[in-house]
Design a protein around this ligand. Structure first.
Ligand SMILES: Cc1ncc(C[n+]2csc(CCOP(=O)(O)OP(=O)(O)O)c2C)c(N)n1
Ligand SMILES: [Mg+2]
Length: 793
């Protein structure tokens, strides 16, 4: 390896290190960073020469002993300073600059010009499908500006990073931002995977020849999309638990350890959803270096700026750094590098940190002269820096997220980073390339129609080979199969194992005839009073010991195992912990001690139904994602299910997730003193609309046994894309034996439990019940018979 390259690699470690990242850049300016990355003047009495000496000794240390030693020394200095009573300011932020400076950038390995041309074609086709669809059907919708801003972020991934799933390698997992779907379709069109007819029928899937769903929906396009992402905020959280579940499978020996990555692409506006950032500390705690977030920071959401009066990038940087993530900012494109180089006083970085996002957005829509006056004009020295550049060049200073070299450098650093998840904060322009039709404008998110002139401008800007007349028809454009563009695109994907996204069911069906396992529960409890929850836990315990399905069961609890009498499983199944158990649990001398283990089977998620549900989704879709038939059983307080995390349940349904949701303490009975928030009488109403969810409200143990046994068969043997919701209660009573062969009725939702013994009565009635009310119905049967002579079945 050439010396220069090695230096690059070694130094890139420096950049991944919080202590030195970015600070190197500006330290020579002898001023201190504030929280938002702007500079403040140094206090009086500080000798410039002295500062210089300190900095030089750090440089020489770095040179002689490397970044790790330098980091250690700085850490010790920081500790020493604290002990000596120096109150160091908290700096969650680095300056408003690229985390990876120009001199540490790796060489771009692709053909940049060719990749630009391919990207331009994808841009065109993505725009064409939305514009055409809206010409045919006014207001059919679709989005142009999200992909326009994210194109480089995706294309660098497609050409250099996203590895497909193959029989030999599990592949990378990619969560695409929902509104960027047109761009992903447009790429698949160039790849020859989606026909022009289908592009034409974007959002009109029932047209002859089929169409394409508006957004990523595995239900609607089961061979293409893997993850539904358009309900914003869900995919960041789901991806974190997906990355964690991958480690769980490895630690339990269900799959080999690989370096496969989980990529999640999100919008900056999307980060306002509480779910987006709600689990980021889990990712760092679990050292999920298989996880990479890419936040497309176009500074805009649907209505306008995300933080007009602030800086969303700096805000996110401090949140993620505070949570222990590796943060890589990709803010400025290569055109800025020579200017930054000329800026020996660090004035430019200081200026970059001063603007609020609303001002940055304004710079996007204004002329080069405006940029000169309002951005560089704040200081004559800044003006001098850009004096040689004409106005047009100032307008075309690219942002980092539109520069493949900068994006490549960030992705490479991210995949190589060890020990922490990485977030890439990439600055882009919403509606990039749309010009007057919406680039950087507040209305851009909704832009679906372009006039003739706007189409021609876009065509010219991206060099699409269509003349003025043809281009206003917005035809789809795919170069010939043997063109260098198509050849290159195919070769890149071949090198990365195939096409992405692509969904396939990769697991083998189970035998799944578990008569022996469930039979015992058909007999009733022989007078012993048990609750349906206890009966279920008994089944779970037995399933965990089963030779076929035992190891595939994934019990999930949000800090409620004791509530449901599951604590005996702590010791027998173990609670999963990626680090095992570093302490001796207080109850180690008891039979049911709190056992954490690296190969533990239970996912004890703590108090997060959303996180537990994300684990449920990861485990219940592993039959496709990993080719492993894991069977999740997620038990929770039924009131904290549908009404709290129903959107995740919808996502699970869309994703064809399999498994069992168990709503405990259902039925508005024993918890009446705890107020309506604990009394579930409505979760079945909320479960009803989910089309592929089978919801049951059983009263007896045998019913649960029949439902679970049949559920495992339907989902894991027959491969049906359904999942189950079963409510459980905690009133103990004697479980009756199954009254004859009523299995079919149980599964279909109704059977005759007990007929009236009075066959002669003219007064007859039918009583219906399930769950808690069923036993009241049985009492009513007696009362009606004894008191009123009514024979009720
Ligand atoms: C939960 C949810 N709420 C609202 C929406 C509607 N919506 C779709 S896109 C969008 C704005 C997205 O902004 P951002 O996340 O910044 O993405 P960008 O398009 O700018 O990349 C909104 C509000 C949604 N899809 N999901
Ligand atoms: Mg945005």
């Amino acid at each position: 390896m050439p010396q220069a390259n090695r230096m690059n690699r070694d130094r890139s470690d420096v950049m991944n290190n919080e202590t030195t990242a970015g600070n190197n850049e500006i330290a020579v300016n002898s001023s201190a960073a504030t929280d938002n990355g702007t500079r403040i003047p140094v206090p009086h009495g500080l000798d410039d020469l002295e500062v210089q000496e300190w900095l030089e000794s750090l440089d020489s240390l770095l040179e002689s002993s490397g970044p790790e030693v330098a980091t250690e020394i700085l850490e010790r200095l920081r500790a020493h300073a604290t002990v000596s009573g120096i109150d160091l300011p908290f700096t969650a932020n680095t300056p408003y600059a690229n985390t990876i400076p120009n001199r540490l950038e790796p060489l771009f390995p692709g053909d940049q010009e060719l990749e630009r041309r391919i990207k331009s074609l994808i841009r065109w086709n993505a725009l064409a499908m939305v514009v055409r669809a809206n010409r045919v059907e006014h207001n059919i919708g679709g989005h142009i500006s999200t992909y326009a801003s994210a194109a480089t972020l995706y294309e660098v991934g497609f050409n250099h990073f996203f590895r497909a799933r193959t029989p030999e390698f599990e592949g990378d997992t990619v969560y695409f931002q929902g509104h960027a779907a047109p761009g992903i379709y447009a790429r698949a069109f160039l790849e020859g995977r989606i026909s022009a007819q289908k592009l034409e029928n974007f959002r009109r899937e029932l047209k002859p020849g089929g169409g394409l769903s508006s957004y990523p929906h595995p239900w609607l396009m089961p061979d293409f999309w893997e993850f539904p992402t358009v309900s914003m905020g869900l995919s960041p959280l789901m991806s974190i638990y997906q990355a964690r579940f991958s480690r769980y499978l490895e630690d339990r020996g269900l799959k080999p350890a690989t370096d496969a990555k989980i990529w999640a692409f999100l919008g900056d506006g999307e980060t306002d959803e509480p779910e987006s950032l709600g689990a980021i500390t889990l990712a760092s705690r679990e050292k999920l270096d298989n996880l990479i977030f890419v936040v497309n920071c176009n500074l805009q959401r649907l209505d306008g700026p995300v933080r007009g009066n602030g800086q969303i990038i700096q805000e996110l940087e401090s949140a993620f750094r505070g949570a222990g993530w590796n943060v890589i900012k990709v803010l400025w494109g290569s055109e800025w590098d020579p200017i930054l180089e000329r800026d020996t006083e660090g004035l430019l970085v200081k200026r970059m940190g001063e603007l609020v996002d609303g001002e940055y957005q304004k710079l996007v829509v204004e002329s080069g002269a405006y940029v000169r006056q309002h951005f560089f004009g704040s200081d004559p020295r800044l003006l001098q820096l850009v004096e040689p550049l004409p106005d047009e060049a100032l307008r075309r200073l690219r942002l980092g997220g539109h520069d493949p070299r900068k994006v490549y450098a960030a992705y490479k650093a991210a995949v190589e980073h060890k020990g922490r998840p990485t977030v890439i904060l990439a600055r882009t322009i919403k509606g990039y390339g749309l010009g007057e039709a919406g680039e950087g404008k507040n209305v851009t998110h909704q832009q679906k129609k372009l006039n003739e002139e706007e189409l021609q401008v876009f065509r010219s800007r991206f060099g699409i080979p269509l003349n003025d007349q043809d281009c206003v028809e917005v035809p789809f454009y795919r170069p010939a199969e043997d063109s260098i563009e198509i050849q290159y695109l195919r070769a890149r994907r071949e090198a990365l194992g195939g096409y992405v996204p692509k969904r396939s069911v990769r697991s083998q069906p189970l035998a799944a005839d578990h008569d022996e396992l469930f039979k015992e529960f058909y007999n009733g409890s022989e007078g012993r009073e048990v609750s349906t929850t206890m009966a279920y836990v008994g089944m779970l315990r037995k399933m965990l010991r089963d030779p076929e399905i035992g190891k595939l069961i994934v019990p999930i609890v949000p800090d409620e195992a004791r509530t449901f009498g599951m604590e005996s499983l702590f010791r027998t199944a173990g609670i999963y912990s990626s680090v095992g158990q570093k302490y001796q649990p207080v109850d180690v001398n008891t039979l049911m001690y709190y056992k954490e283990a690296k190969d533990g089977q239970i996912l004890e998620e703590g108090i997060t139904e959303a996180g537990s549900m994300a684990s449920f989704i990861a485990a219940g879709s592993a039959y496709a994602t990993h080719g492993i038939n894991t069977i999740p059983f997620f038990i929770y307080y039924s009131m904290f299910g549908f009404q709290r995390i129903a959107d995740f349940i919808w996502a699970a349904a869309d994703m064809r997730t399999r498994g069992f949701l168990l709503g405990g303490t259902a039925g508005r009975t024993t918890l009446s003193g705890e107020g309506l928030q604990h009394q579930d009488g409505n979760s079945h109403v909320l479960a009803l609309p989910v089309p592929n969810l089978l919801a049951y409200d059983p009263a007896f143990a045998y019913e649960i046994a029949v439902i679970i046994q049949d559920g495992i068969r339907r989902m894991y043997k027959d491969g049906e894309n359904i999942f189950y919701y079963i409510t459980l209660m905690n009133e103990p009573y004697a479980m009756p034996p199954m009254p004859g062969d009523v299995k079919d009725g149980i599964l279909r939702g109704m059977y005759k439990f007990r007929a009236s013994e009075n066959k002669k009565s003219k007064l007859r009635a039918q009583l219906f019940g399930s769950g808690s009310i069923l036993r009241e119905a049985l009492q009513a049967q007696d009362i009606l018979g004894e008191k009123y002579g009514v024979a009720a079945d």
